[in-house]
Design a binder for this molecule. Structure first.
Ligand SMILES: *Cc1c(COP(=O)(O)O)cnc(C)c1O
Length: 355
């Protein structure tokens, strides 16, 4: 009754979104702060009558707003229904494994292998360094054929950040006819973007999301930046799948949000400051906290397994994320919330596992 490919599918398992009880949700890297007041205003003033019409399939106004924010031409911008969809289109458009495996870090966004399985792309996981850093040398290994590379910067779930100079040097050495996708879902929390490298490296594609640093996870908006030839390829995939993945409301909200860089700049700086203070307090309590440039930290309590930390905190009404993957099973990933939320977590941790 079902197509055979359905049985071969391994779906991604998103972080819990419990609907039963109120948890302090520090498990899916949502923003603890609301989106820009411009978004609330736009939603208040929206006329339902407009929804009679189909949205703009080219997403012109949204792409223009994103382009303006990054000082690019709109022909360098693609937008989609969450960065998950944009990433999925990238895998479809650029990664053809008749030229070798796709390479990505061993511990990274766990949707990457899911897309590979979905599209039948062979892949190779490249171990992190002993300090849990993305190993660019091994990702760029010239001796093994590969069809492309993807990594998140900062990486998830570790938070490790690569500077653009190192990515530039990596791209200089890497095959110019293979696409490199840098997933910058968390770059706004203190990292320097690889966007200035786009002009020099036509094989570079940068993916971004509105879900974290623009506090719009519920709206489903993401985008990719790259040379017009790459963007045209993504538009082609979109039109081979769904001409209207972004509804008209999402397109308007996205354009209004990304224009308010003052608001979001303040929000992200505040989250980064909370992260630094929280990391210091956890370290004082005896935890190992990896340096992070994201809106989360990857932390481990020596002598206690990550799964046990996760369970004990859940019993206290606090959700964090644990990954049962060999090599990182001692850690939990903790989203940075408000100062008050982190106070509650530090208090709970201090009580459960006294320093
Ligand atoms: C959250 C996240 C995404 C997905 O973002 P959406 O726009 O919500 O689909 C993509 N990549 C990484 C690394 C993420 O953490």
């Amino acid at each position: 009754m079902h197509a055979q490919r359905l049985g071969r599918l391994t779906p991604y398992v998103p972080g819990e979104q419990p609907q039963d009880r109120q948890y302090l949700k520090l498990n899916t890297n949502e923003s603890p702060y609301p989106p820009s007041p411009q978004v609330a205003r736009l939603l208040r003033d929206t006329d339902a009558e407009r929804l009679r019409l189909y949205p703009d399939p080219q997403m012109t106004r949204l792409r223009e707003a994103i382009a303006r924010h990054h000082n690019l031409d709109p022909s360098w911008v693609f937008a989609g229904n969450g960065s998950d969809e944009v990433l999925s289109f990238c895998f479809y458009a650029f990664f053809d494994d008749d030229r070798g495996d796709l390479r990505f870090p061993e511990h990274t966004y766990s949707f990457y292998p899911v897309y590979c399985d979905f599209y039948g792309i062979a892949y190779r996981r490249v171990p992190l360094t002993a300090d849990f850093e993305v190993d660019l040398d091994r990702l760029g290994d010239p001796d093994e054929p590969c069809c492309g590379v993807i990594f998140a910067n900062p990486n998830a779930p570790t938070g490790h950040l690569l500077e653009p100079e190192r990515i530039d040097a990596f791209l200089d050495r890497f095959a110019a006819d293979r696409v490199v996708v840098v997933d910058e879902a968390y770059i706004d929390f203190g990292g320097r973007s690889a966007i200035p490298l786009l002009a020099r490296h036509p094989n570079l594609l940068i993916c971004r999301t509105f879900s974290k640093s623009l506090a719009l996870a519920g709206m489903r908006l993401g985008y990719a930046l790259g040379a017009p030839e790459r963007i045209d390829a993504l538009l082609r995939v979109k039109d081979g799948f769904n001409s209207y993945p972004l509804d008209s409301l999402a397109q308007q909200v996205g354009a209004a949000a990304i224009a308010d860089s003052d608001y979001y700049g303040r929000m992200c700086r505040r989250i980064a400051a909370t992260r630094e203070a929280f990391s210091g307090r956890m370290t004082d309590l005896g935890w190992r906290v990896l340096p992070s440039a994201a809106n989360f930290v990857f932390a481990a309590r020596p002598g206690v397994g990550g799964a046990d930390v996760y369970q004990a905190l859940k019993a206290e009404g606090i959700l964090v994320r644990h990954f049962a993957h060999a090599g990182i099973e001692a850690f939990v990933r903790i989203t940075i919330g408000t100062e008050a939320q982190m106070d509650r977590l530090v208090e709970t941790v201090g009580r459960l596992w006294p320093g």
